[in-house]
Design a protein around this ligand. Structure first.
Ligand SMILES: C[S@@+](CC[C@H](N)C(=O)[O-])C[C@H]1O[C@@H](n2cnc3c(N)ncnc32)[C@H](O)[C@@H]1O
Length: 236
């Protein structure tokens, strides 16, 4: 069997998997427009960084926000989570800021090694062009502003005022120190009652320890939900 045929079969199977997943979501959560979700999930075939249930959780949290809400994402890579979150937003003034160096930064050596392999597959050493193409593909250019910078530098010069962000998605450097720094630098921009989501909340990263540190400081008032390695809290 040729490579093209094999890829065709795999893509067909992937589409079938998403369709089945979306049918289940339509029954469980009928108020959402799952076709928007389907389009993004299908587009990122073989390049996604998390499971469908985690993606669907992001989509629902974004769609549940008020009209013209604002989202900040730390760590965008090629833009899959950006497209999921941004396509969930409603209102012509809704805004999403996607912050990434686009260079696959990570404190952890093995994570850096994984990015190196991903870059080699993508035949680039910077994902900004791919990110831009994906944003354009979904017609999200007016809604999404990419900030190509280190997250702490971006926080210092951020254009929005404190307490103005409805949802913060932290998915950048997963070491405990970097995650804590992201919390410290960005939480002040999140509204009281807003949402903060962490990805890769697993024991092979420092994310759980950073979350525990934030819980002890009473930064969160409620647990919004957990899907796979994605966890969301409501901010005090
Ligand atoms: C796990 S990927 C993000 C995946 C993306 N959220 C998704 O789900 O499709 C992590 C990203 O964080 C970026 N990153 C790591 N450390 C960073 C930092 N200090 N500032 C900005 N971006 C950073 C990396 O370049 C990488 O693209």
């Amino acid at each position: 069997m040729g490579l093209k045929t094999l890829l065709g079969i795999k893509k067909y199977k992937w589409k079938r998997t998403i369709k089945k997943f979306v049918s289940r979501m339509e029954v469980l959560f009928p108020k959402y427009q799952w076709n928007d979700f389907y389009q993004v999930a299908e587009h990122f075939w073989r390049r996604g960084m998390s499971s469908l249930s985690e993606r669907a959780f992001l989509f629902r949290l974004s769609r549940d926000l008020q009209d013209n809400a604002k989202i900040v994402e730390i760590g965008s890579w090629i833009g899959e989570s950006t497209c999921i979150l941004a396509s969930g937003l409603k209102g012509t003034q809704a805004k999403m800021y996607a912050i990434d160096t686009f260079k696959g930064d990570a404190s952890d050596y093995s994570a850096r090694d994984r990015y190196k392999k991903r870059f080699s597959k993508l035949r680039t050493d910077n994902t900004k062009d791919i990110f831009d193409r994906n944003i354009t593909h979904f017609n999200l250019k007016l809604r999404v502003t990419a900030i190509a910078a280190d997250s702490l530098t971006a926080a210092k010069g951020f254009c929005e005022s404190p307490n103005s962000i409805d949802l913060l998605f932290i998915d950048g450097d997963h070491s405990e120190t970097a995650t804590r720094n992201d919390i410290e630098a960005w939480l002040l921009y999140v509204k009281r009652g807003g949402i903060v989501i962490f990805h890769d909340f697993t024991s092979n990263h420092g994310v759980p320890q950073a979350i525990w540190w934030a819980i002890k400081r009473s930064y969160f008032s409620d647990l919004v939900g957990v899907y796979g390695t994605t966890i969301a809290f409501r901010v005090y």
